[in-house]
Design a binder for this molecule. Structure first.
Ligand code: IVH
Length: 698
């Protein structure tokens, strides 16, 4: 899509545009450049999954373009990156007819089925060995897109296969769907393409974390999340869901001139390549073209083995006859094409017995029912405990103790109960009783109107205190490795740890006397605790566990003050001025910072040396690393990779994506691989450890 020269040029352009923004220059002169750069970065991020700029830089450029277009509305074009965000808040979805019916796929579950299908394919095509193109079977929601004269003009759901819902505006929120694609350079005037909208495992987790912060039950799996997101009436909300799209099929095309037939369209792999070259995230890199069914089966098995490593869910592989002329020869049934078959991976569902429901107290006092089932293996993991989220879920799913329940676990997604099987009941099942008192401290539980969650409101409830400490030390918060849930509970029970500041004044001598704590583990714990004092403000804010303040809100909050205690001086109206902070969040923050116990805890933490300053603000303009380039490799032990990278930029340094003579510092973590080897061969590169890196900036 972009060659080396163009990439270099676009990188240079990006730097120039960003510096223009810093100088408050005139952006209107470079509206075309801004679009050009933004499209390139969208492509790198959403199609290549290999961004060359930080989210922050992308947003900077995006906002420049938005501002310029607002000042010069006549310059807005419909393919401008800003036009993804639709404004119609109450759109309904008209029904549209697909140009060609969207068929389904025949399924196969074992090698026998595949061998059978291959035999039929050979018979129908008259070939002794058929060439197949294999690609993942993406587990999302099917879509169909139409481009005319290079513009994306219509997008629809699969619907009943013949008609679907027109969801163009929502699909424009999906950044890997280009608003304009150069089909005309291939002689194509109109094209209908098929694919799957997906939510990556990461985006799904982030979305569910956000829901759980609001005490809403999480979505079951990324497929449901993607399908549901496409039907949302507010395009801005759709944009927030960070959907992706894989396009894997050309179902119809109309050429500009009949005599100029693009060769790419004569094979399926050619179509994937054409789509890729037009800027789509087709499975160009995931696909393989092989001959013979034995090779197909081997490939499917090896792909299944790495299923969990993929950033998105797949539920099988799709095997397609590669030659389009042979596809036409084979034809289709009313249900599926005969030239393709899905090889489905092993199900990640299992039945088990619901034995008991326990009630756990979370850090905000929310009571979560947890189902205890007879342990069953699902997709390589044994599942014994499953969160039921709240009382309503128990009722909606009609669960009773003793029921047979169907359990699903998709990838690294948390397992959930799909439904009970009331038809298997014997009469001995028991109703699930929700407690009236907190199981940890016995205080009366409360439920706010409009909420589904029962809550213990005793702030000193021991279960809540422990959960708050566990959250504080957790990976996404202060990331105090080697602390962990078990140690927090143990130290708390033994009276060695009472509250969050207590983490920093632990009696290591006493801990050393406990079973299982040798010198090495104590040293690790001590240095992890010490290291966490340097965590940036956004992590500290998230770690405090303020209701409704997730990682993203914590970042916004951290960027809006110079010092953490500035929040104690702000009222709800001030807080609501901040991006993403609504009434509910503002109220929660204000309550947190007006509570004397919380303020006392914060004073202690500050005295203990935690980072209360907004380093970004402090360091804006510091140039310690000016002119130096950095690259990180291997697993860092103290810093999260993204935080370390941010630190480089904050101190005026630059990040590069590969080892070359342009690299000044390679920061090496554990298990560094080929980058380290390559760097050793270039004398000018300084190879440093994480500690040495930290020393450079402190
Ligand atoms: S080809 C006529 N390829 O699976 C072509 N489908 O279970 C039919 N799917 O409705 C589709 N990944 O939504 C094809 N690589 C892939 C796919 C794929 C996922 C979906 C598609 C289809 C469903 C059938």
């Amino acid at each position: 899509m972009y060659n080396k020269q163009q990439i270099k040029e676009l990188q240079r352009l990006t730097t120039e545009l960003i510096s223009l923004e810093k100088k408050q220059g005139d952006a209107s002169a470079c509206i075309g450049d801004l679009r050009h750069a933004l499209r390139f970065h969208e492509y790198r991020y959403y199609v290549m999954s290999d961004p060359l700029v930080t989210d922050f830089e992308y947003d900077l450029l995006y906002k420049m373009l938005e501002r310029t277009e607002a000042a010069h509305p006549h310059l807005v074009t419909k393919d401008s990156p800003t036009q993804r965000v639709g404004s119609s808040l109450n759109q309904s979805f008209p029904t549209v007819q697909h140009l060609v019916p969207m068929l389904s796929l025949e399924n196969s579950y074992n090698e026998e089925d595949l061998v059978d299908w291959d035999r039929k394919a050979r018979e129908l095509t008259g070939q002794t060995e058929v060439e197949y193109c294999i690609e993942p079977k993406f587990d999302g929601a099917s879509i169909s897109l139409i481009y005319e004269d290079d513009f994306f003009v219509r997008g629809a759901t699969r619907g009943d296969g013949v008609h679907g819902d027109e969801i163009t505006t929502n699909l424009k929120q999906v950044r890997s769907i280009p608003l304009k694609a150069p089909f005309s350079s291939h002689g194509i005037q109109q094209i209908e393409i098929r694919g799957e909208v997906m939510m990556s495992k990461k985006a799904f987790k982030a979305y569910n974390d956000m829901l759980s912060e609001q005490n809403l039950p999480p979505l079951a799996n990324p497929r449901n999340a993607a399908a549901g997101s496409l039907r949302i009436k507010d395009p801005k909300e759709v944009a927030r869901r960070r959907l992706e799209a894989f396009l894997y099929n050309v179902s119809y095309y109309h050429l500009e001139k009949d005599d100029k037939f693009p060769k790419a369209l004569t094979s399926h792999s050619g179509c994937l390549e054409l789509l890729w070259n037009c800027g789509f995230r087709s499975p160009q890199q995931e696909k393989v073209v092989i001959k013979g069914i034995d090779a197909v089966m081997r490939h499917c098995a090896s792909y299944e083995a790495k299923r969990d490593e993929l950033p998105y869910e797949i539920d099988g592989m799709v095997i397609k006859v590669n030659d389009v002329a042979l596809q036409d020869l084979m034809g289709m049934t009313t249900h599926h094409p005969r030239w393709a078959i899905a090889f489905k991976f092993k199900a990640r569902q299992a039945s088990s017995k619901l034995r008991a429901v326990e009630f756990q107290v979370g850090r905000t006092g929310a009571i979560t029912p947890v189902a205890k089932i007879d342990p069953v293996p699902i997709g390589g993991v044994t599942v014994g405990s499953i969160s039921l989220f709240n009382e309503d879920v128990i009722r909606e799913k009609d669960l009773m103790i003793g029921d047979t329940v169907l359990v699903e676990r998709a990838g690294d997604v948390i397992p959930y109960i799909v439904r009970s099987q009331p038809e298997d009941r014997t009469g001995g099942e028991k109703k699930i009783k929700f407690p009236k008192q907190c199981p940890a401290c016995n205080s009366e539980l409360m439920k706010e109107e409009e909420e589904a969650v029962w809550r213990c409101v005793n702030i000193e409830c021991p279960a809540q205190v422990v959960e708050r400490i566990i959250h504080f030390v957790s990976k996404d918060a202060m990331d105090i490795r080697s602390f962990g849930t078990a140690n927090v509970s143990k130290f708390y029970e033994l009276g060695l740890l009472k509250d969050i500041p207590g983490i920093y004044t632990l009696d290591f001598e006493a801990i050393g006397k406990l079973e299982g704590f040798g010198k090495k583990s104590i040293d690790n714990l001590r240095s992890a605790i010490e290291g966490s004092k340097q965590q940036p403000l956004n992590r500290l804010i998230f770690a405090l566990g303020i209701r409704f303040v997730g990682e993203t809100t914590a970042k916004t909050l951290a960027n809006s003050v110079s010092h953490l205690l500035d929040f104690a001086k702000m009222n709800e109206t001030d807080l609501q001025q901040l991006e993403d902070v609504g009434v509910k969040v503002a109220n929660s923050i204000q309550q947190f910072f007006s509570n004397q116990q919380n303020l006392e805890m914060l004073r202690q933490l500050e005295a203990l040396g935690l980072q209360f300053q907004n380093q970004k603000r402090q360091s804006s303009g510091t140039d310690t690393l000016h002119g130096q380039t950095f690259l990180f490799t291997g697993t860092l032990s103290k810093l999260k990779r993204s935080d370390a990278e941010e630190m480089v930029e904050q101190h005026g340094g630059k990040l590069v994506s590969g080892v070359s003579s342009k690299l000044n510092y390679l920061v090496v973590g554990e298990d560094a691989g080929s980058k380290l080897e390559k760097a050793k061969k270039i004398n000018t590169i300084r190879i440093i450890t994480e500690d040495e890196f930290l020393a450079l900036i402190h």
